[in-house]
Design a protein around this ligand. Structure first.
Ligand SMILES: Nc1ncnc2c1ncn2[C@@H]1O[C@H](COP(=O)(O)OP(=O)(O)O)[C@@H](O)[C@H]1O
Ligand SMILES: [Mg+2]
Length: 247
């Protein structure tokens, strides 16, 4: 039997649970440690990577240009550049920053968020459709906070589609009056009616040990700090998160 279409607005600030269990706090600090370690890892990986690339260039030069092995070198070079780029993104993302609001282009914001989530999309065979209306006004945002907010929604969309035959992630952006509206839709499982009131609560997850339950809570926090709102519409054919930000 198909579930009716349901929707929910994020509850206003002040309704969030603030008393956490020792287990939740322990998990939270473990995630922080993980983040710090992966930033160290991204930093440390650069030296051996430079060494590999240097040796590769030497070996490549010592081969005749028409040597069949040249194609293998090209492949290795491309892969190592990809690692370098990912390490750079990771370092950039994890850097501690003073919150800073500036007018930012929405097309760039969406493209950055998709770029960050790309490794998460790998092997998932997801069609990503982005439709950002041309000529949109820039929005006053903290770029890095807002990327984080959107990445969290994108990751959830990917998670929700792992068992779906049709896997389409669509992101649209346009202006509605004096609000910028960014909608992120997936063709995933949808959200059960019983779960819907809790999805923005910290540590609420239906993903067992795979989930943290922190993504949407952080997303809501960031959006509300920008005087925006986030709403969700969900049903059997998927879920749409609608973010509204003042222009
Ligand atoms: N696009 C979505 N489709 C289905 N369920 C979702 C979606 N986004 C969020 N949810 C539900 O909201 C819960 C909380 O999400 P989140 O705060 O990001 O934590 P986590 O992803 O770690 O579980 C998820 O466990 C899931 O049940
Ligand atoms: Mg999540």
């Amino acid at each position: 039997m198909s579930r009716p279409f349901k929707s929910c607005e994020s509850p206003g600030a002040g309704t969030t649970r603030t008393n956490f269990t020792a287990d939740e706090l322990l998990h939270f600090t473990r995630l922080i440690t993980m983040g710090q370690l992966s930033a160290c890892f991204a930093h440390e990986i650069r030296n051996p990577l430079m060494l590999i690339q240097g040796h590769l260039r030497l070996a490549e030069k010592s081969l005749p240009v028409d040597d069949p092995l040249q194609i293998n070198f090209e492949g290795i070079c491309r892969a190592s550049r990809r690692i370098e780029e990912m390490a750079k993104w990771l370092l950039d993302f994890s850097r501690k920053r003073t919150p800073q609001t500036e007018k930012f282009d929405v097309a760039e914001l969406v493209s950055d968020a998709v770029h960050f989530t790309q490794p998460y999309f790998q092997n998932q065979h997801i069609d990503v459709e982005t439709q950002v209306k041309p000529g949109l006004p820039p929005v006053p945002i903290d770029r890095w906070q807002m990327i984080q907010a959107i990445v969290n929604v994108l990751q959830n969309a990917v998670d929700a589609m792992t068992g779906s035959e049709k896997r389409v992630l669509s992101i649209t952006a346009g202006v509605d009056g004096n609000r910028m509206q960014i909608a992120i839709s997936d063709t995933g499982t949808g959200i059960a009616a019983a779960d819907l009131p809790f999805i923005f609560e910290p540590f609420f997850t239906t993903k067992g040990e795979e989930g943290t339950g922190l993504g949407l809570c952080i997303t809501r926090l960031v959006i509300e700090q920008h005087q925006g709102t986030i709403a969700v519409q969900t049903g059997d054919s998927g879920t749409t998160f609608i973010i509204n930000l003042p222009v």
